[in-house]
Design a protein around this ligand. Structure first.
Ligand code: ADP
Ligand code: GLC
Length: 478
């Protein structure tokens, strides 16, 4: 079975968050389930630079305002269709935002084009390639479902996966005539959304199946608190809505062989983590300490609860803890972290920016990985923490609720606990959870049980890739 994945980022070529990790790992995991996955990606400079033996398989004289070519290539074991369109993707800045951090004004063209080309591929654009399912990720690809539904070609089935419902791709009605959709698509049963155009909304309306990345988030997005306006539509479509947990790439994230670590280790040689902790302390300028080392690796945004971490820094330090933070994002949150580091030299370290290698060292050296998100569709950092024997301290939402077993007394007793959960998401409750972590850390036997139990948790793609494969097959049978 051939499935065309459509994604605006893919590890290892271009990544801003977990979507890239998923888009990069799923094709390899699906191969074991008899599914051949190609991925359609935008030809950003990072992607074009990685394509060495590409072959042009289609050309467009005018794709949303300029010429474009579709290039087939195999890169890092991934079968790609790269959309090479200089007017859309060949520029500096971020992949979604300009140098000033504002969304590119032409994002509707950039991702409308991606979605439209996905539908063309589904309709047999490339000789010898006929996907039976199109799997579109997030709003940047979701419009593919509308292009397919309102197109005239025999229908490929379309799955839309929601990785984060906070990003919806909402635009004014004036863009509609330029999308190349029939007038009928500007309708409540199409892409029309509160008088404008909604890329994700249209995708959710038109998809054959909708998935999101954890069972709990699949329930949460049907409520006003988490649905961000789409809860009504998702409730209507609930028979076709599935929650399938993300896994992790066990080759890229393997403490036994990770080249980014100062020392490799396994569940039976946890003592070697100390070298990683020392390397981390050196990178972040921390003093030697016997207290727990907390860490945060994250986009610095409201979603991730960074503000309540900032509120707890003095408390964490007063309990004997240390903290390292790696991240970039909202200016006021970066400033709060910089100030925290300045207030506590030798105890708190902040490195702004994005550093894949350092994120691995943090997982391999920290004692506690903080994930205090206000909402979290799945979350990958807590899964990396489990694999690396760092103890995740997480809020009880979305995928965090589904993947971590709280270290309450019964769970410790039963040997089932893998981390610490807290709820609701606010500063004082996080503060109490931090105190619990510090207390647990003092009890060395319990702490290493927690670490070892975490390391035994299955965070691979095996089970979930099977669920996607079963869903594709189910759709084809309908
Ligand atoms: P989200 O996709 O919402 O940002 P996830 O937990 O699913 O959250 O995925 C985040 C991914 O991005 C993880 O692979 C994490 O290690 C990585 N990451 C986030 N911030 C940074 C950073 N500053 N440097 C390196 N990696 C980062
Ligand atoms: C999104 C979510 C995150 C999820 C990731 C991959 O970025 O915020 O929770 O893990 O997508 O599915």
């Amino acid at each position: 079975m051939d499935v065309l994945s459509v994604a605006s980022e893919i590890y290892p070529l271009v990544k801003t968050g977990g979507l890239a990790d998923v888009a990069g790992a799923l094709p390899l995991a699906l191969a074991g389930h008899g599914v051949a996955m190609h991925t359609l990606v935008p030809g950003y400079p990072q992607v074009m630079g990685a394509v060495t033996d590409g072959r042009v398989v289609a050309r467009f004289a005018d794709l949303f305002g300029g010429p474009a070519a579709l290039v087939a290539a195999r890169v890092d074991g991934l079968d790609l269709f790269v959309l090479d369109a200089d007017h859309l993707y060949d520029r500096g800045g971020g992949i979604y935002v300009d140098q000033g951090g504002m969304d590119w004004a032409d994002n509707w063209k950039r991702f409308g084009a991606l979605s439209q080309v996905a539908a063309h591929l589904g309709a047999g654009l490339v000789e010898g390639y006929q996907p039976s399912v199109i799997h579109a990720h997030d709003w940047q690809a979701a419009l593919a479902a509308a292009y397919v539904a309102f197109g005239s070609a025999p229908r490929a089935k379309v799955v839309v996966t929601v990785h984060n419902i906070a990003f919806q791709g909402k635009f004014g009605a004036e863009i509609f005539p330029h999308l190349g959709l029939p007038d009928a698509a500007f309708d409540v049963n199409g892409v029309e959304y509160y008088g404008g155009v909604g890329f994700l909304k249209g995708g959710l309306r038109c998809a054959d199946a909708i998935t999101t990345v954890s069972p709990t988030y699949a329930l949460e997005i049907r409520t006003p608190e988490f649905g961000m306006g789409l809860e009504g539509l998702l409730n209507e479509r609930s028979p076709d809505l599935y929650g399938i947990l993300n896994g992790i790439d066990g080759v890229a994230w393997n403490p036994r062989a990770d080249p980014n670590l100062a020392a490799n280790y396994s569940a039976t040689t946890l003592g070697k983590r100390r070298s990683n902790r020392e390397a981390l302390a050196a990178r972040f300028g921390l003093d030697p300490s016997d207290g727990p080392l907390f860490a945060l690796v994250s986009r610095l945004t409201w979603q991730k609860g960074i503000d309540i971490v900032a509120d707890n820094v003095d408390w964490l330090v007063s309990l004997g803890g240390q903290l390292v933070v790696l991240g970039s994002g909202d200016a006021h949150l970066e400033a709060a972290m910089e100030q925290a580091a300045a207030r506590h030299p030798g105890r708190v370290g902040f490195i702004g920016g994005y550093d894949e290698a350092l994120s691995h060292l943090i997982q391999g050296g920290a004692d506690v990985v903080l994930v205090p998100s206000r909402f979290e569709p799945c979350g990958l950092t807590q899964l990396y923490a489990l694999r690396y024997g760092a103890v995740p301290l997480v809020s009880r939402v979305g995928g965090l609720a589904d993947t971590i077993v709280d270290a309450n007394e019964a769970a410790i007793e039963a040997g089932a606990a893998t981390g610490i959960q807290f709820s609701p998401v606010d500063g004082p409750v996080l503060g109490a959870a931090i105190a619990r972590a510090v207390a647990l850390y003092q009890h060395k036997a319990n702490w290493s049980r927690l670490q070892r139990r975490g390391m035994k948790t299955d965070v691979s793609w095996t089970a979930s890739a099977g669920k996607y494969a079963a869903l594709y097959r189910d759709l084809l049978g309908r």
